[in-house]
Design a protein around this ligand. Structure first.
Ligand code: DX5
Ligand code: ZN
Length: 233
């Protein structure tokens, strides 16, 4: 069974804000999830200390977050062997599960397995990875995550050099050659979100800009308004 991928509301080009839990207080996860209840998605960074030089959390913690989160989970797997591990996150109820292209031996199979388990399938590329290398497989995915920092840590500076990849993906979506949400992750804040929105991003991950704010709900609303204005041009 292949789950219906994106519905028309998903692709309406309203900005979607996904706070990254990486910048939250891990000792108070349920409270930290509740603080971003106004978000569109909750971005959960899974790192295995092999694909990236950092270790965060895995499936049991994602299952626990899923039970308390009022918003759908966007799991970003920065792990080796995603073929083996990714479907478990879909089975846990994550709405979108993103794997790294650089870690996949068979991206199409991962997409198929994720959709069969009821999730959207996402493909991520690191800042130095060309979009062209994966154009042929992107047709099988529902979301495309362009990393705008080297994966591994929150709080890094935005790499604007990745924006041509966003523009190209946007063109392909607008031309009807791809049907997916374009997501950006890393260094998104009030100073960078507009250029990302202008380039064609649909879904904005923000860790330190949301959890580092005194009022995360206000930060989410402000980022959403900025992105919406920039999208309207
Ligand atoms: C980095 C993670 C990001 C990170 C973003 O590897 O994938 O999701 O949490 O954090 P900021 O928004 O602080 O750059
Ligand atoms: Zn992430």
């Amino acid at each position: 069974m292949i789950a219906a991928p994106l519905d028309s509301a998903d692709v309406s080009r309203e900005p979607l804000i996904a706070p990254s839990l990486l910048s939250a207080d891990f000792a108070r996860l349920a409270d930290e999830v509740a603080r971003v209840a106004d978000a569109d998605w909750l971005h959960v960074d899974v790192m295995d200390a092999h694909f990236v030089p950092n270790l965060t959390l895995g499936l049991p913690v994602v299952e626990a977050i899923q039970r308390v989160s009022p918003v759908p989970l966007d799991c970003h797997l920065m792990i080796e062997d995603p073929e083996r591990w990714a479907p478990g996150y879909a089975e846990a109820g994550a709405r979108n599960v993103t794997v790294h292209a650089e870690a996949c031996t068979d991206p199409r199979k991962v997409a198929r397995d994720l959709r069969a388990a009821g999730a959207l399938a996402g493909l991520a590329i690191k800042p130095g990875t060309p979009l062209e290398d994966y154009l042929d497989v992107l047709g099988d995915f529902d979301t495309f995550l362009v990393m705008s920092v080297e994966p591994g840590f929150g709080g890094q500076s935005f790499i604007a050099d990745v924006l041509p990849k966003v523009r190209r993906a946007r063109e392909l979506v607008d031309a009807g050659e791809l049907r997916l949400l374009v997501e950006i992750d890393g260094g998104i804040n009030a100073g960078t979100i507009e250029q990302a929105a202008e380039a064609g991003v649909d879904m904005f991950v923000a860790g330190s800009a949301v959890y580092g704010a005194d009022d995360p709900a206000k930060a989410i609303a402000a980022l959403r308004a900025q992105a919406a204005a920039a999208m309207r041009g």
